[in-house]
Design a protein. Structure first.
Lengths: 100, 141
């Protein structure tokens, strides 16, 4: 259980770093991003063009696809939601690789 | 890296009371040139719609270097930037055909949406194939 929590915290920290780096956010450091804060609109204030860039970076880094804004609404609700999405999709991917 | 050229003539109704082209018309010329490119790759608006998508412009910019005047023949050069995301960025340069001088340059960014307005993050199927063919044309290596 503790290992799982550590793994998740590490992932969230990496995602924050990825967001700041990918979107070249100058006034925000990874530590400033609150886990539960919305990424778009209020909160971090990202827009749809940012989402397009973020999706590419997430796929490159974690091999997890976010095909459109409908799925993105859930995945990008917050860093915490994004972390859960990545964990869920990558474990589903591992399971299907194991079966395949 | 390739460019596609389109030529048109500045009409009387496109200039303002100072005799120079009103700034908004440059965007209409970008559109004219972009349509010529999109036609080549079966990506005209109605063809997008038939595939279940639209491609609205999310941002556009233009720098004005020298005024165009009535009856000037202008060349609009169009180029597609290599897409890094699920979007289309066209770059334009408008030149005066008489001496090749640069009148304006700019860019438009189009995002891709399903017909219900949902933003597409990843191209798939026929749309992907058509866009890739267009990218291949502008970036032939």
């Amino acid at each position: 259980m503790q290992t799982h929590l550590l793994e998740r915290n590490y992932l969230l920290a990496n995602l924050k770093e990825l967001i700041v780096r990918t979107l070249r956010l100058e006034d925000v450091s990874p530590e400033d991003i609150i886990d539960s804060e919305p990424l778009f609109g209020e909160g971090l204030g990202l827009d749809s063009i940012d989402a397009l860039e973020l999706v590419v970076a997430i796929e490159r880094e974690y091999q997890v696809e976010i095909p459109d804004a409908e799925v993105g609404r859930r995945a990008f609700a917050s860093v915490s939601a994004l972390g859960d999405f990545v964990l869920e999709k990558s474990s589903a991917q591992k399971a299907s690789d194991a079966v395949g | 890296m390739r460019w596609v050229e389109t030529t048109t003539t500045v009409r009387f109704n496109e200039v303002d009371q100072w005799g120079i082209t009103w700034y908004g018309h440059y965007f209409a010329w970008f559109e004219l040139a972009r349509m010529k490119v999109l036609e080549k790759f079966s990506l005209l608006p109605e063809q997008f719609t038939a595939l279940g998508f639209i491609a609205p412009v999310a941002s556009a910019r233009c720098e004005f270097k020298k005024p165009a005047r009535t009856n000037d023949i202008i060349t609009i050069q169009t180029h597609l930037l290599k897409p890094q995301t699920a979007s289309l960025t066209f770059r334009f340069e408008i030149l005066l055909r008489a001496d090749g001088s640069l009148l304006a340059k700019g860019e438009t960014l189009q995002v891709l949406q399903k017909l219900d307005g949902t933003l597409i993050y990843k191209l798939t199927g026929t749309l992907k194939d058509l866009v890739e063919a267009m990218v291949q044309y502008f970036w032939p290596d």
